[in-house]
Design a protein around this ligand. Structure first.
Ligand SMILES: Cc1cc2nc3c(=O)[nH]c(=O)nc-3n(C[C@H](O)[C@H](O)[C@H](O)COP(=O)(O)O)c2cc1C
Length: 326
């Protein structure tokens, strides 16, 4: 067992989080994460309406007795989803912990706090983490440049970012991005984090609702097979290298605008990759940590193996390195 401020304050057995994942963070995976003693988040916007989110939360409760949370991702959109209604669905469903991500959670904090909900805000810079702390969030999850999804525009890798954040913050820190095994967990704790968040690693488990072709590609891929899209639009996203992401990068590099790639980047095409296993059908999200993944375990095996190996690294590999001065 590895006990930290995070496990105590959030009432979870292990300092491991499964963050929000569009199209992937559904009840089956989240319940498996909860049963394994980690903290999983249903992704609110994967559900087409707030009513569907209420049903997905109920479905998850049928699958597990353990606590789980909901991720609310606030991103720029031409037609924004009805955030206030999703927020109300979360509160009315009796959820006790929320992961916010993307823009500042300021608009949502009063309602979540009034409902006694703990908020973990996921961000990509020390300055945004400090702002979130001031707003009263209970923990921050900080994504380094390695991460799947939105790494921000500062390009600071986790090795620096987590240590820099730990020097300034007083609330618990969840290290995110690039972590896929026990070594990453131990490293994150050494940098000053109280827990780790993983996306890519949980996407490549038996329970993840993702076609086997995607999982197989993750196992086969190295750290080089991700790419950054939307750099020129200052809305950078790390996705798998494939025919579509290569085309998008090329169009934008030649001065193209969002309208020129709109059809290529449609979210529904990404969803179809996960459903059909056609890897070049659209954009799909993955992080550099795929280099560290070479199997498709159950969530329970993954979590128990990570904790056991992390304990063994600390006690059997690191502790004996320390000697008394002669
Ligand atoms: C398929 C996929 C979809 C994701 N979608 C979201 C999302 O909708 N909202 C969010 O806050 N983070 C999202 N993320 C980011 C993860 O929650 C997490 O921060 C990130 O994966 C950490 O980096 P890692 O993949 O190296 O572990 C997604 C990640 C993946 C792999």
């Amino acid at each position: 067992m590895i006990e930290t401020r995070f496990t105590r304050e959030f009432g979870v057995r292990h300092p491991i989080v499964q963050g929000g994942m569009q199209w992937v963070g559904r009840a089956g995976l989240v319940a498996a994460v909860a049963d394994a003693g980690a903290l999983g988040f249903i992704t609110a916007l994967t559900q087409p309406t707030p009513e569907d989110l209420v049903k997905e939360i109920a479905r998850c409760r049928e699958l597990t007795d353990r606590e789980f949370g909901v991720n609310l991702t606030i991103l720029p959109a031409i037609t924004p989803p009805p955030y206030a209604e999703y927020r109300a669905a979360i509160i009315e469903s009796g959820i006790r912990v929320v992961e916010t991500a993307g823009f500042s959670p300021a608009d949502h904090m009063p309602a979540f706090k009034a409902a006694g909900i703990k908020v973990i805000h996921k961000c990509t810079s020390v300055r945004h983490a400090l702002k979130a702390e001031k707003l009263g969030v209970d923990a921050v999850s900080i994504d380094g440049f390695e991460c799947a999804g939105h790494p921000g525009e500062d390009d600071v890798p986790g090795l620096i970012l987590i240590a820099a954040a730990a020097r300034r913050l007083t609330i618990p820190i969840v290290a995110s991005g690039g972590i896929a095994d026990a070594r990453g967990l131990v490293a994150a704790l050494a940098l000053g984090a109280d827990a780790v968040n993983m996306g890519t690693r949980f996407m490549c488990t038996v329970e993840a609702p993702v076609h086997d072709n995607v999982k197989r590609r993750i196992v086969e891929s190295s750290e080089l097979e991700t790419t950054l899209i939307f750099r020129t639009l200052r809305n950078t996203s790390r996705v798998a290298v494939n025919a579509v992401s290569n085309e998008v990068v090329e169009i934008l590099r030649q001065g193209g605008e969002f309208a020129d790639v709109r059809d290529l980047v449609a979210g529904v095409r990404g969803r179809e990759v996960y459903e059909t296993g056609e890897l070049d059908r659209g954009l799909w999200t993955v992080g550099q940590s795929q280099a560290l993944i070479d199997d498709v375990p159950t969530v329970a095996d993954l979590v128990s193996r990570m904790v056991a190996e992390a304990s063994s690294i600390i006690t059997s590999r690191l502790a004996p390195l320390v000697s008394q001065p002669r």
